[in-house]
Design a protein around this ligand. Structure first.
Ligand code: SF4
Length: 210
């Protein structure tokens, strides 16, 4: 995939919007729709059209910085508060090869950085290194059994649930900032195994799909 031009990236920064766990969150859309390693049954963005586990550069980091800065300045003019700059794209945030670099340059703005991820690549060392730079990381855990994971998240064939769960444990133990977890409870899904990963999570959020 070619790096998109700035004109294509008009929605790279949006909000701020109120968030249950992040306060006023200014969103960063660093992934083109709909590029993801999952195709969750409940996804509000519809079917995954670019299913991949390959990290790529989608936009120029300087374009993302420019757009976010513009949005932050406009928000400041309206005297609105921003609690977090949040990577929450139209796909999986960590597929962006420049994620770590973008977090580093966005820190110049002086607002904490959050990343929402489906955690599917968290077993990779480069992934953990990138996420370590954030102030808050939200990890999706919808299932801890293979059967439920495949039925709810419909993962890319390269992914292995045991590697992901191990990666989550390692990351949560090493990460010094805030880590939270989100789980979608899906109607008619039977949770026969309790959620007990034995990891440090600051907050847990459940969302119910009906
Ligand atoms: S991980 Fe997120 S973006 Fe990807 S399919 Fe699931 S809900 Fe949609």
């Amino acid at each position: 995939m070619e790096v998109a031009n700035l004109e294509d990236g008009e929605t790279m920064a949006f909000g701020p919007v109120p968030s249950r766990c992040l306060g006023k969150s200014l969103g960063i859309n660093n992934i083109p729709p709909k590029t993801c390693s999952y195709s969750c049954v409940y996804c509000q963005l519809g079917k995954t059209t670019n299913m991949t586990t390959e990290r790529q550069i989608f936009y120029r980091s300087e374009d993302i910085l420019k757009e976010v800065r513009k949005k932050v300045d406009a928000t400041a003019t309206r005297k609105e508060k921003v609690d977090y700059l949040t990577f929450v794209p139209d796909g999986e945030s960590t597929l962006d090869l420049n994620l770590g670099k973008e977090i580093s340059i966005l820190k110049q703005i002086g607002i904490p950085i959050a990343v929402l991820t489906n955690a599917s690549l968290i077993w990779r060392d480069d992934m953990k290194e990138d996420l370590m730079k954030a102030n808050l990381v939200s990890l999706k855990v919808d299932a801890i059994t293979e059967d439920l994971w495949i039925r709810i998240n419909r993962p890319h064939e390269n992914l292995r649930l045991n590697e992901i769960l191990e990666g989550i444990k390692e990351f949560a133990n090493e990460f010094n900032a805030k880590v939270i977890s989100e789980t979608m409870f899906v109607d008619a899904a039977v949770f026969t195994v309790p959620f007990a990963l034995g990891i440090r999570i600051n907050s847990f959020y459940a969302v119910v799909a009906v």
